[in-house]
Design a protein around this ligand. Structure first.
Ligand code: NAD
Ligand code: MG
Length: 297
């Protein structure tokens, strides 16, 4: 493969559909995916932008969160990752990659739909890292359902608890530990702006994440803390193959993007690095779309 940073046509830089059929139970594992996503394992090069920073990333075991975790470690940060206990095989790989950079890696398995766990994960991260400078809220739950009649209260609860309540619980626990210069980054979606018919509950949470983060950014200014949103388009992650899309749609995933392919997680990592770093000193309350050409407006 050509080096990731060599000048080239981005439309053909990474795999294009069709992909093999590959349904998985929730939460999906990156290790089960074909083709393997590029989270930057071999390809992300750091340049000291986050030297000595202490980061916490929810859903840091796989997908977009894993790409951010690898990039942060290569930029010089110590990183805590939070994930579900069943994702241990993915988490082990990320921990090894962070430690290979000579950085501290703190694994915290648990379920963010539990308020007490959200509070304790922040306390554990702060204790083990010796503080907190970067908070990335990225854990997410997405299940595609054809009709409104199929979205039970239990489904609605699971999606809202994972995507919205956990954002509030973790951020509320983290803010007292953050100092001026710290950065909060949330992960919304193009779904906040262009909701799919099959993602009623999910799209609702993603619009909520945008509103929450913009309000939070206004509140944080007097503390010198920045807050921003990343809004991904289609990315090749286990979220999609574990019910985020029907199995047949996963086989064509990314086809309808302007590039005709999904993004690879490493292609969004530089935005998290920018927003986490002091390079983004004048950037707060913003939404960064990373959609492969379609845009979020
Ligand atoms: P992913 O499945 O690799 O990551 C999501 C992570 O969320 C999982 O690894 C899991 O650790 C975590 N998670 C889910 N439920 C949890 C719970 N109850 N407790 C603790 N952790 C939990 O998929 P991804 O695509 O990298 O998703 C990351 C974020 O990106 C999500 O917020 C998702 O909504 C968003 N996003 C993804 C896409 C895409 O096309 N992949 C597009 C737009 C937005
Ligand atoms: Mg995962």
């Amino acid at each position: 493969m050509t080096d990731r940073l060599t000048m080239q046509d981005p439309r053909v830089q990474y795999p294009r559909p069709p992909f093999p059929r590959q349904p998985q139970p929730v939460p999906g594992l990156a290790v089960e995916m074909d083709p393997k996503p590029d989270h930057g394992e071999e390809s992300y090069q750091g340049s000291g932008k986050l030297l000595g920073r202490k980061a916490l990333i929810t859903g840091g075991d796989s997908g977009i969160g894993r790409a951010a975790a690898i990039a942060f470690a290569r930029e010089g940060a110590d990183v805590t990752i939070v994930y579900l206990a069943s994702e241990e095989p993915d988490a082990r790989e990320v921990i090894a990659l962070i430690e290979a950079e000579g950085r501290k890696a703190v694994p915290i398995p648990g379920d963010v739909t539990d308020e007490t766990f959200c509070q304790s994960l922040v306390e554990q991260a702060v204790a083990e890292l010796g503080g907190l400078d970067i908070l990335v809220i990225n854990a997410g739950h997405q299940q595609s359902r054809e009709d409104i009649s199929r979205v039970s209260s239990q489904d609605f609860d699971q999606t809202l608890k994972t995507n919205l309540y956990a954002l509030h619980w973790i951020t509320q626990a983290a803010v007292p530990h953050l100092q001026a210069g710290a950065s909060i980054i949330t992960t919304a979606s193009v779904q906040a702006y262009h909701p799919s018919a099959t993602l009623l509950d999910y799209a609702t949470t993603k619009a909520g994440i945008v509103a929450y983060t913009k309000a939070l950014a206004k509140q944080m200014i007097e503390k010198g803390i920045r807050a921003n949103v990343v809004a991904p388009g289609p990315f090749w992650t286990a979220l999609q193959s574990s019910g985020g899309q029907p199995p047949e749609a996963v086989m064509q995933f990314g086809e309808k993007s302007a590039y005709g392919r999904p993004g690879q997680p490493v292609e969004i990592a530089p935005v998290y690095v920018l927003l986490a770093s002091q390079e983004a000193s004048f950037i707060s309350g913003e939404v960064y779309g990373v959609t492969g050409g379609a845009g979020i407006a």
